[in-house]
Design a protein around this ligand. Structure first.
Ligand code: SF4
Ligand code: SF4
Length: 132
C-alpha cells in the first residue's frame, strides 16, 4: 500500500522554482545524448560551459545564483526544454518525494503544480520513479 495507490495529480505551472533554487541536476549518458541530438550544442561546448563534476558524477553548472545554467530568465523557462534531463522530466516523482505522503505534501510548499492538473496513475508513477 502506498499513498498514491489511486494515483496523484501534477501539472507544472512553470513557476521556475525547481530550476532557480540551489541543487544539483545530475546528467547521465542518456541525458547528454539527448541534448546533443536535440540542440546545437557540441560536446566540447557543453563540457566547457554547461557541465561540471561532483565527485564521480556529472552535473549541470549554475548561473552563480543557484539558477540552473539552462534557465532563461527572459522567457521564464528552460532553454533545452525538449532535451531536459531525466531528473527534470521525472519531477516530482522522485524517490525522496514519493517515499511517503508527508514528503509529497511538504514538496507542495516549493511546487505549486503538485496536487493540481493531470492525473498520474500508480503504474505511471512507478515507471517514472524507476527512471532516476
Ligand atoms: S516548481 Fe513545480 S510548478 Fe514550478 S516549474 Fe518546477 S515543476 Fe513546475
Ligand atoms: S535543465 Fe531545464 S528543466 Fe532542468 S533544472 Fe535546468 S532549466 Fe530547469
Amino acid at each position: 500500500m502506498s499513498f498514491y495507490d489511486e494515483g496523484v495529480d501534477f501539472e507544472c505551472k512553470r513557476c521556475g522554482n525547481c530550476c532557480t533554487r540551489s541543487g544539483y541536476v545530475f546528467i547521465f549518458q542518456r541525458d547528454l545524448d539527448l541534448i546533443l541530438e536535440k540542440t546545437n550544442y557540441s560536446r566540447s561546448e557543453l563540457e566547457k560551459r554547461y557541465l561540471s563534476k561532483l565527485d564521480d558524477y556529472v552535473v549541470l553548472k549554475d548561473q552563480g545564483n543557484g539558477a540552473c545554467i539552462f534557465w532563461d530568465d527572459y522567457i521564464k523557462g528552460c532553454k533545452i526544454y525538449e532535451a531536459r534531463p531525466t531528473q527534470c522530466r521525472t519531477f516530482p516523482f522522485w524517490n525522496a518525494i514519493m517515499s511517503d505522503e508527508e514528503s509529497w505534501i511538504n514538496a507542495m510548499e516549493d511546487c505549486p503544480g503538485i496536487g493540481q492538473g493531470n492525473h498520474f496513475t500508480f503504474e505511471e508513477i512507478e515507471k517514472l520513479r524507476k527512471k532516476i
